[in-house]
Design a protein. Structure first.
Length: 631
């Protein structure tokens, strides 16, 4: 489609342009011009308010009242070309006289092209139209019907009713006979050659085939297509198989529809998006069994559950496999050396080193591949669909996109001079958010600056829009809603949660911040009920956030310092690591009643890890170098 060019008249005597429709639309959305600013399409009349042009996609307003007498159309509107009127939105009103009194019934605005088709079809006899934002009411039939009778055409042209008219032999328009040139197409009114006219005149005595060969060829082409379709259907496999009736049986209710888009894992029931618990998942019982403590090597950096019987330990010498029932070592994967972090990615474990990632197959604990990333790795985030992993490289100011199916780096997105930290991504993998904050070492103050970047991991880095938003207050954790419509960033130094609304351009707009407890450090999604949990470090509490209302709905007090948080896959339980001065516990929080059940441990835990089915929890004490398995 050819690009539209507009001129803008913000004030009398001042004209700006030409501008493309995209440029003018962005200027109107940015409030550089008012919605009722006068706008003209190229050099064609008329000047109309911006909201009257369909290409600018502005909202409609209430139609102006119609005058008592017969309105007179604007001269510019009557002289406007048909292709210009087709792009204008009109107020529509049906005006009828009943009992000596005029009755007016307004309809929703319509496009000029639709009104023209209705007028050419013989309708709109009592319909009046006016461009949106104006009071220039005119009879729709006079404005749009280009095939009026001779008397009506003479009346619109201002000539006498008895003036003779004729059809132009070239364009077939109804014109006056007092000239030699057609005013519509600038062609002479003399009979043109047969090759130039709209209708070809055949010589007298022409045969029937010469007169009708065109429709014969047309019908022959259609018949060939139909016969070819019948032939292909006959030779198709399973051509005689009975057709399956996809219609619902009589008496069954229609499928409900929801106003909002349901998240992954939700179903529309009674016009409401309802969480559907996945099959094969659960949570830890309120009175669980404890295996341990299991003594670990002093260089332990992280732990991760593999299955019901094994867990992995990250060591400098490699990744060690241990029994989750006795704690005994089952083997050491020395190829995955200098492991500092363990991340589960489907059927594999990513053993993250300083600048490399070793991919371990969970069933065989064999190293499948080693990925060299050439930079210090800060964090690894696996998307909800499990197909992509996003690796933060603060020193390289970039994020590496990994395929968890091929275990290979697909692309690398760079972010200026900022040190990139935690990453959050939606379920579709098309919207992601990364922050520049970090949790300081105990005793040191929080950095007061910070920023967030909004980007699209599914696009190439060369086609990437990296939208930066300043976020003062040390943004240490981020969360994306599963549908990608909103994001949430935790500000540790400001004790606040800031919501970010995604715009169609890919940028984000900040909402009003929510006040939280002291030193919030981590935010986790609870899909059941569309909620989020925020863990506060110094505040010794959890804040429950309603993501639909963007409000804090519950404050859960904890008995000790909370250092880590995980949510069960069924959305019914949260597990918190509670660290006391001499001993500790893990807190099992019922997300329906928010009651806290403490499971005491002999040493203060610092981190908790949950199995894929939610039935086991692995707790690690960094200070005492021991681990427990709670099931």
């Amino acid at each position: 489609m050819e690009e539209l060019r507009f001129y803008v008249q913000p004030e009398p005597g001042r004209v700006i342009g030409p501008m493309s429709d995209d440029e003018l639309r962005e200027a109107l959305r940015a409030a550089r011009y008012a919605p009722d600013v006068r706008v003209r399409l190229s050099d064609a009349p008329p000047w109309l308010p911006a909201r009257a042009w369909a290409a600018l996609a502005l909202g409609s307003i209430e139609p102006p009242p119609m005058p008592e007498g017969e309105p007179t159309a604007s001269p510019d509107l009557s002289l406007a070309p048909a292709e210009v009127l087709d792009l204008v939105r009109f107020h529509v009103a049906d005006r009828e006289v009943k009992g000596g009194k005029a009755e007016v019934r307004h309809r929703s605005p319509q496009l000029g092209s639709a009104l023209r088709e209705a007028a050419l079809g013989g309708g709109l006899r009592t319909t009046w139209v006016a461009p949106v934002g104006t009071a220039d009411w005119v009879l729709a039939r006079k404005l749009f019907d280009r095939t009026l009778t001779e008397g009506a055409a003479a009346s619109l042209a201002g000539s006498a009713p008895d003036l003779k008219t004729q059809r132009c032999p070239i364009c077939r328009e109804l014109i006056q006979t007092d000239g030699d040139i057609c005013p519509a197409c600038d062609e002479p009114l003399a009979a043109p050659p047969a090759s130039r006219g709209s209708f070809h005149e055949e010589p007298e005595g022409a045969s029937w085939l010469r007169l009708h060969w065109r429709p014969i060829v047309t019908f022959g082409a259609f018949a060939s297509l139909i016969l070819a379709g019948i032939t292909l259907r006959y030779v198709a496999p399973q051509r005689f198989a009975p057709e399956i009736d996809s219609r619902a049986p009589a008496g069954l209710p229609a499928k409900p529809t929801c106003e909002s888009v349901c998240w992954t894992g939700e179903a529309c029931q009674d016009s409401v998006c309802t969480w559907q618990k996945p099959k094969g998942v659960a949570h830890v019982p309120q009175r669980p069994g404890i295996a341990g403590p299991f003594a670990l090597p002093p260089d332990v950096a992280d732990v991760e559950l593999l299955d019901d019987d094994r867990f992995a330990v990250a060591l400098l010498s490699g990744t060690e496999i241990r029994s989750s029932r006795t704690g005994q070592s089952l083997g050491l994967v020395s190829e995955a050396g200098q492991t500092r972090k363990l991340v589960r990615a489907g059927d594999a474990i990513y053993a993250v080193g300083p600048q490399h990632i070793a991919v371990l197959d969970i069933p065989s604990t064999r190293v499948l591949k080693a990925l060299e990333l050439g930079g210090i790795i800060a964090d690894v985030t696996v998307g909800a669909n499990g197909r992509r992993a996003l690796v933060s490289l603060p020193g390289a100011h970039a994020i590496a996109i990994l395929s968890t199916e091929l275990h290979a780096e697909l692309d690398r997105i760079r972010f200026g001079d900022d040190a990139i930290g935690p990453v959050a991504v939606d379920d579709s993998g098309t919207r992601a958010l990364t922050t520049t904050g970090s949790v300081p070492v105990a005793g040191l103050p929080d950095p007061q600056g910070g920023a967030v970047y909004a980007f699209d991991p599914s696009r190439l880095a060369t086609e990437q829009d990296r939208n930066r938003a300043s976020m003062l207050g040390n943004p240490v954790s981020a969360l994306m809603s599963p549908d990608g419509a909103t994001s949430y960033v935790v500000l540790r130094a400001k004790n606040a949660l800031v919501g970010l609304e995604w715009l169609e351009s890919g940028a984000v707009r900040q909402r009003e911040p929510l006040e939280l407890c002291d030193q919030p450090e981590q935010i986790a999604l609870v899909r059941k009920g569309r909620r989020a949990l925020v863990r506060c470090n110094r505040g010794h509490a959890l804040e429950v956030i309603d993501l639909e209302r963007n409000a804090v709905v519950k404050h859960v007090e904890l008995s000790a310092l909370a250092t880590d948080l995980v949510v069960s896959p069924d959305g019914e339980q949260a597990v918190v690591a509670l660290q006391g001065l001499r001993d500790g516990a893990i807190g099992l929080i019922d997300l329906a009643t928010f009651e806290v059940e403490q499971v005491p441990l002999t040493e203060p835990p610092s981190r908790v890890r949950m199995s894929a089915d939610g039935r086991q929890v692995l707790a690690l004490s960094d200070r005492s170098k021991v681990a427990w398995v709670i099931r």
